[in-house]
Design a binder for this molecule. Structure first.
Ligand code: ADP
Ligand code: MG
Length: 328
């Protein structure tokens, strides 16, 4: 009898050991990309994270006919639920602080280039000029929860939705008492807490010339969101010229700021995501000016000729590469 008790105690200890040291992991496809959810918790924590991702995907998608964003674009006016409204307000805030480099009203251009429906084609200047008056966050008017798009504009939260979702999932896991988690939502990485074994989180930055390889690594031990925007992520080619999916709202064409990618590090996932798209459009000089007057993000820039630049806070985490530090 005594022996039996000792054995079952050992099993219980082993099970406890598993719960705190070995994560539960699930890979899913949502928001048009592959996502990994790794939680130092139990199956129900992972299931809650996955259902939160699917819930937000269903609300925020620009292509699902049942989404709130789709209804707003179709009808020009819609009463939005908390998350969609909250994210739209955050998106407009990023738009303001980046002087419109990030702009949720960019959707008419995204449609024109065929990026959402994989029907990519080079538009004519006449087509671009016709769409230009529909772009600009002043097209979005809010009255309580009701949002109106004046002038027939359309919104796309695709440049910030994955970061917002990662943020919401981390908050949900925290509420459930989870202390450690690692999310990779299609390249948007967000960590919660420190690894139980005390090791650093190591996140690679893709080489824009060879995206399956890392060109550098970021090492850190606590909660952080890391989001990369790059011209190599989604594009088509015509007559040997590459046209990528991050558009400059001022020209209606793929941003051509001299950057191959930007990785933004921030405490908040939505900020990291919105800013990564914006800084890619702005280019290193304007992005540095914005960084100098901000205190909520750091960044790693890779230029089209392969040079790496890191703001001071990012530089202290950057390894396995040569780089230039951008000082305050
Ligand atoms: P991804 O979502 O592909 O990882 P980004 O976060 O940079 O990369 O978002 C790019 C997406 O955002 C595009 O596919 C498009 O839907 C949308 N988008 C493109 N240009 C802009 C822009 N200037 N401002 C806001 N959203 C944009
Ligand atoms: Mg983004």
């Amino acid at each position: 009898m005594k022996k039996l008790l000792a054995v079952s105690l050992l099993i219980a200890l082993l099970l406890c050991g598993c719960a705190s040291n070995a994560p539960v992991e699930r890979e899913i496809f949502a928001m048009d990309t592959v996502m990994t959810v790794r939680v130092w918790g139990d199956d129900s924590d992972v299931a809650a994270a996955v259902s939160e991702i699917n819930r937000l995907d269903a609300l925020l998608s620009v292509i699902y006919e049942n989404s709130e964003v789709y209804a707003l674009n179709r009808d020009g006016e819609a009463e939005l639920s908390f998350d969609v409204f909250d994210l739209l307000v955050e998106a407009i805030e990023v738009s303001r602080r980046t002087d419109g480099a990030f702009d949720p009203t960019v959707y008419p251009f995204v449609e024109l280039w065929g990026f959402t429906k994989d029907t990519q084609a080079l538009p004519s200047q006449r087509e671009i000029d016709a769409v230009l008056p529909l772009i600009g966050f002043e097209q979005v008017e809010c009255d309580g929860d009701t949002v109106t798009l004046v002038n027939g504009g359309k919104i796309d939260l695709g440049g910030i939705a994955k970061g917002y979702t990662a943020q919401k999932v981390v908050e949900l896991l925290q509420e459930r008492g989870v202390e450690t988690a690692f999310l990779n939502l299609g390249g948007n990485v967000q960590t919660l807490g420190s690894k139980p074994d005390g090791e650093a989180w190591v996140v690679g930055i893709a080489d824009p010339e060879n995206p399956s390889q890392a060109i550098a690594c970021l090492r850190f031990t606590d909660s952080l969101a890391l989001v990369t925007s790059g011209g190599y992520q989604r594009y088509f080619e015509e007559n040997g010229v590459r046209f990528h999916h991050i558009l400059d709202p001022k020209t209606g064409c793929p941003a051509d700021s001299g950057l191959a990618s930007v990785t933004v590090l921030a405490q908040d996932g939505a900020i990291a995501d919105g800013l990564s798209t914006a800084l890619f459009v702005m280019g290193i000089e304007n992005a540095t000016t914005l960084w100098r007057k901000s205190d909520d993000f750091e960044a790693v820039f890779i230029t089209q000729d392969g040079a790496i630049f890191a703001t001071e806070g990012a530089a202290s985490l950057l390894t396995d590469c040569e780089f230039t530090v951008i000082e305050r």
